[in-house]
Design a protein around this ligand. Structure first.
Ligand SMILES: CC(C)(COP(=O)(O)OP(=O)(O)OC[C@H]1O[C@@H](n2cnc3c(N)ncnc32)[C@H](O)[C@@H]1OP(=O)(O)O)[C@@H](O)C(=O)NCCC(=O)NCCS
Length: 200
């Protein structure tokens, strides 16, 4: 498997200079900008961010390497995914434009990223961290089958202030057990076991 990675509705691919306009529209919203501190919310800041991404090799260790989330229907960049690779582990992150949330795009994109991390990249563990009050992000982690490992006091910064954070992680074997049909385009079973029905 190589880039781009295709899912039912999305393409996960490297950024190009042509993405400047879409990214500027996303980063104008503070909730996107605060999740992507590497991108200043100006035309020049977005250009610098893309140029830096273009210098990196894909998934180069210790780099904050990002993938564009492109919606196939209109070829718009609607968000991004991050994977910082360290030896056999990775740290993942995600941000979607405010108009594209709560439509299942994050779980679709992030599960393809985990397939890629545990498949072609051969990672053994992927973790992610978010502010305790960022329920959307930790709910996504739980939807992906990640387990909460620790609460870090003042582990991150939210709205410019130190904030407690949760760290979640999932290991390769857990991912394969929770998502046995590991194909980015295939149907995805819920990792949450069904509730037993009386008499069932
Ligand atoms: C976090 C984020 C990427 C989630 O994206 P999304 O596309 O809205 O998420 P999805 O629609 O795929 O939903 C994933 C799960 O999270 C839940 N969820 C999403 N937004 C939620 C919210 N605001 N409150 C509670 N749960 C939420 C969904 O219900 C779903 O769980 P379910 O399948 O068990 O119902 C998005 O909210 C975002 O970009 N936020 C701003 C950037 C950010 O904070 N990034 C993280 C930095 S650590």
């Amino acid at each position: 498997m190589s880039l781009p990675v295709w899912t039912e509705r999305l393409a996960l691919r490297r950024f190009t200079i042509e993405d400047e306009r879409d990214l500027l529209a996303l980063v104008e919203h503070p909730s996107f900008a605060s999740a992507v501190p590497e991108m200043a919310p100006t035309k020049a800041g977005v250009r610098r961010y893309i140029e830096r991404q273009l210098e990196y090799h894909a998934f180069e260790p210790e780099r904050v390497f990002d993938l564009a989330i492109e919606r196939k229907a209109d070829q718009r960049v609607i968000g991004l995914l991050t994977l910082v690779r360290r030896e056999r582990t990775g740290a993942a992150g995600w941000a979607l434009g405010v108009d594209y949330r709560r439509q299942g795009y994050a779980v679709e994109a992030a599960s393809a990223l985990l397939d890629y991390a545990f498949g072609p990249l051969g990672l053994e563990r992927v973790e992610a961290e978010t502010a305790v009050q960022n329920e959307a992000s930790w709910r996504l982690m739980e939807r992906l089958g990640m387990g909460r490992e620790v609460c870090l006091r003042a582990g991150t910064v939210a709205d410019g202030q130190p904030a407690d954070s949760y760290r979640y992680a999932i290991r390769s074997g857990e991912w394969r057990a929770a998502w046995p049909a590991c194909t980015p385009t295939g149907p995805r079973p819920s990792p949450v076991p069904p509730i037993p029905q009386p008499g069932g």
